[in-house]
Write a protein that binds this ligand. Structure first.
Ligand code: MEV
Length: 448
């Protein structure tokens, strides 16, 4: 069926949007329409709330919401919410939380909370010092125009912390920035920062126009916060005596600590490994970010830029082994909010905040950093001992069996069978065929 472009789709009513998509992409299939509708919330008010989060909303998209209890962070017990589809992540978090619960827990410290935004502009003058002098004389006027929009934030103890002119002409002709730094308290601050920058930029243009500068040719290219916030930084750490790493009869604590340290060292020096290593950390961080209504794309982008800050992509976690002590820590920028955005709207996000004891942004930074460290500990613990597939496939087994449409009884038999074996995809299918009495696995319509 040839597809035609659609005009003004966002203005269609929800039912017209559904009709259009089902007609054009699903041959008017009743089943497809019912599928979309089956994911609607049965409380129309809640559904409307979700529909209004975005444009062209048709339905909801589920991902599981799980919890990892027993997280001892700064001497306080937490039950951490995780929204994630990957089978083994919650199990790994919970395992790590339990492991460290009896070894002092996680110790998290916020190092700094600075956010950054820029007015990127071109100025056609040739003398930076002339522009700098103009900026020094105009700075207070530029800040003054923000008074009203920063009033509430200032009352909460935040606001603009600095505004400076940056010369970027070494990388691009005529390119300058006004760089503003902010304290945004419990909000992530994106809207606040962007509004402030846009206000300052209007005044900047006006002031340049009315100035005695040798060139009044200024082009404001854009006003935008930077999602790279290396000075919104948190550290989370676990530590114990090496002899306490005695969780597995097959590997002695010293050998475990040494293999673990080398695994982290490899991630510190080898980008191919570092990317996977950090991806595992982000499994935990993104899942908590989503559950608490935070922008995980911003957190991801920032984390990876930070991991490259020394010119080479590297590990976000580190290990030290000194005087019989094992120390493992993460340092990561986390720009998160506990107010604003969807935090007071999305019912499950509100639930997550309640579950965490309604933390402020700095407490949430501490919790999320611990979740990332826990995830990395679990991954490395498996990688340097049993291998990752044992735990991963154990959790993934039910996905394979669901794909095969196994009955509850068949699932129970097969899960029991794999209790002491690694369920590879092939082995799971083989076991299923045996239980169901299928002679030739290749007759099954699943991807092997
Ligand atoms: C899988 O989602 C994450 C891991 O690959 C992380 C790692 O290798 O450290 C297990």
């Amino acid at each position: 069926m040839k597809k035609n472009p659609v005009e003004g789709f966002s203005k269609y009513s929800k039912s017209a949007k559904l009709e259009w998509i089902i007609f054009n992409y699903f041959q008017n299939s009743e089943n497809s329409l019912n599928l979309l509708k089956s994911y609607w919330h049965n409380d129309a008010e809640i559904q409307k709330l979700h529909d209004e989060f975005i444009e062209n909303s048709l339905t909801n998209f589920y991902i599981p919401y799980g919890i990892a209890p027993n997280f001892l962070i700064n001497n306080k017990l937490h039950c951490i919410p995780l929204a994630i589809e990957e089978s083994s992540v919650v199990a790994a978090s919970a395992k790590s939380a339990n492991f460290w619960l009896n070894r002092g827990g996680f110790n998290s410290t916020v190092i700094s909370t600075e956010k950054i935004g820029h007015i990127h502009f071109l100025w056609e003058g040739s003398d930076f010092y002339e522009l700098q002098l103009f900026f020094n004389n105009t700075k207070s006027k530029l800040l003054q125009v923000t008074e009203q929009i920063t009033a509430k934030m200032r009352a909460r103890g935040g606001g603009i912390t600095d505004l400076k002119l940056v010369n970027k002409t070494d990388i691009e002709p005529n390119y300058y920035q006004l760089e503003a730094t902010f304290e945004t308290c419990d909000s992530m601050g994106a809207n606040f920062i962007n509004t402030v920058l846009e206000e300052i930029s209007k005044k900047l243009k006006l002031e340049i126009f009315e100035s005695n500068l040798s060139s009044k040719n200024i082009t404001v290219i854009m006003c935008i916060l930077s999602n790279y916030s290396p000075r919104c930084l948190v550290k989370s750490e676990v530590q114990c005596e090496i002899k306490s790493l005695n969780f597995n009869k097959e590997i002695n604590p010293n050998e475990f600590a040494s293999k673990f340290k080398t695994a982290v060292r490899i991630a510190e020096i080898e980008p191919y490994r570092a990317v996977t290593h950090n991806k595992g950390i982000m499994n935990g961080i993104d899942a908590v970010a989503i559950a608490t209504g935070n922008d995980f794309r911003a957190i991801e982008a920032c984390a990876h830029a930070f991991a490259s800050r020394n010119g080479k992509y590297s590990s976000l976690t580190h290990v030290d082994i000194t005087d019989g002590m094992f120390k493992f820590w993460i340092e990561i920028p986390l720009s998160v909010g506990t107010v604003g955005g969807i935090t007071s709207l999305h019912p499950m996000v509100k639930f997550s905040h309640h579950l965490l004891g309604n933390p402020g942004a700095t407490q949430l930074m501490c919790i999320i950093a611990a979740a990332g460290l826990a995830q990395n500990f679990s991954a490395l613990r498996s990688l340097v001992t049993s291998g990752i597939q044992k735990g991963h496939m154990k959790m993934h087994l039910l996905n394979i069996l669901n794909q095969l449409e196994a009955t509850e009884d068949e699932k129970a038999q097969i899960v029991e069978y794999f209790k002491d074996k690694v369920p590879t995809h092939y082995a799971a299918v083989e076991a299923f065929c045996k239980v169901r009495g299928i002679k030739d696995p290749s007759t099954l319509k699943i991807y092997l």
